[in-house]
Design a protein around this ligand. Structure first.
Ligand code: ADP
Length: 394
């Protein structure tokens, strides 16, 4: 039973054809620069890559062109035994706390939630609408990034602002990267052969976007992202936590409006804002070369990360596991060692040899005597979305 998974952004759509029972079957693709010049589609399967450069004015045109390219490579989604299509949708608000089959009403609601996620939900909805036209007889399922955090305890999801304003405008912590935190935390329990509910877990999803979560008794009890994916850790281009007073100050002192502030905090901040580079590999090279801006960026990144780890150890009353995942978390051993150095008092001891090992498999990087088990677990959001789509349609 094959599943098509789509992750639609405003100017790109990543897609994957997969079979949850057969890891050997995998076709990846990306539609890039939608609505811009130089748009193209690339499809990867086995060891091959094919590319098609063509004019792609919108998501619908992109999906049609992608299907044509998939067909050329022998993977036409109309004839690939696809039983369902899973879509990543960033914001489910209070409405969607589980994966749902997309109906006209659901699609309208996803669009209506755009006021809470203006950069993401419109693109997610466009991707769904495009596939509904291309594959009208196949059920589509929306899987929400916020769903894993829908049940956050009240004190964790509530901002200390005027209740009436918060309620009227939906101002609260929603959390993001939920599919990754969900997948990774369950994979940890499976890998350690421990009941999910028995573990106090800290999951660190460190990619270009970054978030941490604390999980206990089978549910998320806190996460670092908030009402928007801007809160929390230092990210590639996003600031993470910042004094909210900075916004009002800059709006007066620098006459920045909402769009300027959005751009500053989403695109010109984080590692890029501090040293000009958001790619962690480039940052690491510059740190090794002693570049002072890069060294400061790295230290700010670690400082914030350690603050969250400390906070979560407190919230959970100690942790059974700390898990690194996503591009940086899976591939930057020095960062992992620095993030958890000097924490022997908390029962956290990294084994340098285990930490240095490169692998695509889940693995333990703490010592045998470490009271907290530290792991690296590669995330697989697409697999979770595929399984979720199958679970509501089959
Ligand atoms: P996203 O899904 O948020 O775009 P990813 O999870 O793909 O992000 O992570 C992207 C980040 O991972 C980039 O900053 C990239 O530099 C970093 N990364 C990828 N490979 C490595 C590596 N070998 N060493 C250090 N960082 C890496």
């Amino acid at each position: 039973m094959r599943v098509l998974v789509l992750n639609s952004g405003s100017s790109s759509v990543k897609f994957r054809l997969l079979d949850p029972e057969d890891p050997a079957y995998l076709v990846n693709g990306i539609i890039e620069r939608i609505g811009e010049s130089g748009s193209r589609i690339r499809v990867f399967f086995d060891d091959e890559e094919i590319e098609h450069v063509t004019d792609i004015p919108d998501h619908k045109a992109g999906v049609i062109a992608a299907f044509a390219l998939l067909s050329e490579s022998g993977h036409d989604p109309r004839h690939s035994n696809i039983v369902t299509v899973g879509h990543r949708v960033v914001m489910g608000g209070d409405l969607f706390t589980k994966p749902v089959v997309v109906t006209d009403k659901v699609l309208d609601a996803i669009r209506e939630l755009s006021y809470l996620a203006p950069l993401h939900n419109p693109a997610n909805a466009d991707g769904i609408a495009a596939v509904r036209i291309a594959l009208p007889d196949i059920p589509q399922v929306a899987v929400f990034d916020t769903a894993f955090f829908a049940d956050l305890p009240e004190p964790s999801r509530t901002y200390a602002i005027d209740r009436e304003v918060a309620t009227r405008y939906g101002v609260r912590r929603y959390g993001f990267h939920g599919t990754s935190h969900d997948y990774v935390s369950h994979r940890v329990a499976e890998f350690l052969d421990r009941p999910y509910e028995s573990l106090r877990q800290i999951v660190l999803h460190l990619g270009n976007g970054a978030s941490a979560s604390a999980i206990a008794e089978g549910r998320a009890v806190d996460t670092s992202m908030g009402m928007t994916p801007m809160q929390g850790l230092v990210m590639g281009t996003r600031s993470g936590d910042i004094d909210p007073g900075v916004m009002t100050y800059l709006s007066r002192a620098a006459e920045m409006d909402a769009t300027d502030l959005d751009h500053l905090l989403n695109r010109k901040s984080g590692l890029r804002g501090l040293c000009g580079h958001n790619d962690f590999r480039e940052l690491t090279d510059l740190v090794e070369a002693g570049d002072p801006d890069a060294v400061l960026a790295y230290e700010v990144y670690l400082h914030r990360l350690r603050m969250y780890i400390g906070g979560y150890l407190m919230l959970l009353g100690g942790a059974d596991t700390i898990t690194f995942t996503a591009g940086v978390g899976e591939n930057a051993p020095k960062m992992r060692a620095d993030a958890l150095s000097g924490l022997e008092w908390f029962g956290i001891e990294i084994d340098p040899e285990r930490n240095a090992l490169r692998s695509k498999q889940p693995r333990i990087i703490s010592t045998d005597s470490s009271r907290v088990t530290v792991l690296v677990v590669p995330t697989d959001e697409e697999l979770l979305i595929a399984r979720a789509a199958l679970s509501v349609t089959q």
